[in-house]
Write a protein that binds this ligand. Structure first.
Ligand code: UDP
Length: 245
């Protein structure tokens, strides 16, 4: 066997099998179950006719959008205690939910959501690496489905999303750049990167961290190129899911 081959026989620039299934949570105006291989996340989007207090106080018009991220206790190999039982939210979850909110707000004109807050809830059903990138990719689809309902109900006049946004991980494992790392690859990566990109090819986030390792500038370009290919594929899958949802 080729020692360079990936566990699931993927090519270095190949995504895991990506599925986006709309309508998974019928009470949410927009919802999907998104899976990247064995990683699955439920993304539900709801709207509320109110905005944060600070917006009213500061006279800021338009609407708001906020995200929450959590891992279900059985989503990890070892049961993960719920934050509510621990009495405090996991720092990692806070970092991830801020990233999800930023990613979606980057492609959203909040003035087109007057008086409304869109809540983006991402709950990890099964974690096998790349839960934040799957969350962003699925959340955009769920948000578009929710917005379509708001438009049909006459609650808003224009679609606030100007373009799509998707995310993927990329990393350096045993000296090779690989796309969409699973947990095993992620844990042995010397460089770990998460890339959030819009349809027009702009970055919302490009994080690159050496895990007890350093990396050259050329590797950044290589990772950016590979992530760009992955994002193009994800944008196609998102568009199909929005049409089906
Ligand atoms: N993970 C876990 N428990 C945790 C945090 C992470 O089992 O409390 C696993 C999970 O498979 C996750 C992976 O480690 O997908 C990588 O975590 P990371 O923080 O890099 O975020 P992600 O890749 O999921 O966005």
């Amino acid at each position: 066997m080729d020692t360079n081959s990936r566990k699931d026989s993927r090519l270095p620039d190949q995504l895991r099998k990506v599925r986006i299934q709309p309508g998974i949570a019928p009470n949410a105006p927009g919802s999907v179950l998104v899976s990247f291989g064995n990683t699955s996340v439920i993304c539900g989007v709801s709207y509320e006719k109110r905005v944060p207090h600070w917006m009213l106080q500061q006279g800021v018009g338009g609407g708001w959008m906020s995200a929450e991220y959590s891992m279900l206790p059985y989503s990890t190999q070892q049961r993960k205690q719920r934050d509510v039982i621990k009495g405090k939210q996991d720092g990692r979850s806070v970092e991830i939910q801020r990233l999800i909110g930023r990613a979606l707000r980057a492609v959203c004109d909040l003035s087109k959501l007057p008086g409304y807050t869109l809540w983006i809830d991402c709950d990890v059903l099964q974690a096998d690496g790349g839960t934040r990138t799957a969350s962003i990719t699925g959340a955009y689809v769920a948000a578009q489905i929710a917005v379509r309902k708001m438009l049909a109900a006459g609650l808003i006049r224009e679609n606030p999303f100007s373009e799509a946004v998707a995310a993927v991980s990329v990393g350096l494992v045993d000296g090779r750049v690989l796309l969409d790392l699973d947990y095993e690859e992620d844990s042995s990566a010397s460089v770990d990167s998460n890339v959030v990109m819009t349809e027009s090819g702009s970055f919302v986030e490009f994080s690159c961290s050496g895990e007890e390792a350093c990396f050259e500038r050329a590797r950044i370009d290589e990772m950016a190129d590979m992530a760009t290919l992955g994002i193009a594929e994800l944008l196609r899958i998102q568009a199909e899911a929005i049409a089906a949802g």
